[in-house]
Design a protein around this ligand. Structure first.
Ligand SMILES: [Zn+2]
Length: 114
């Protein structure tokens, strides 16, 4: 403590770069809302915009409470999560959480629960 104060006083040891934001804060800024997460999944699934999994149609309308994407050409309704890891059964998520909490640099399960 005392040593650090002495270094700060002579100015030479001071770090000119201010400390960046906490990694989790950064993460929250990017993926803190449902809309941001949805947009991220959409970019991964349809990087060039919507493409119907049945007919390849590009025109769609988001419809209903489940926010299904309905193809204009063939009327197929598909969810954003269908065919992605996010549509997997809960047991898969619990397995993923187990693996994350077991890894060395993991966040604690306490942090996950918040
Ligand atoms: Zn279609």
């Amino acid at each position: 403590m005392i040593r650090a104060r002495e270094e700060a006083c002579d100015g030479a040891q001071r770090d000119p770069v201010p400390e960046g934001p906490e990694p989790f804060t950064e993460f929250q800024n990017r993926y803190g809302t449902e809309e941001q997460c949805e947009a991220a999944v959409r970019r991964g699934r349809w990087p060039d915009g919507f493409a119907c999994p049945r007919c390849g149609g590009r025109e769609q309308t988001v419809t209903g409470k489940r926010r299904l994407h309905e193809c204009h050409a063939c009327r197929l309704q598909t969810s954003l999560k269908a065919g992605t890891i996010f549509a997997k059964p809960l047991v898969k998520w619990f397995q993923a959480m187990f693996l994350v909490t077991q890894s060395k640099n993991s966040i604690s399960s306490f942090e996950l629960s918040r």
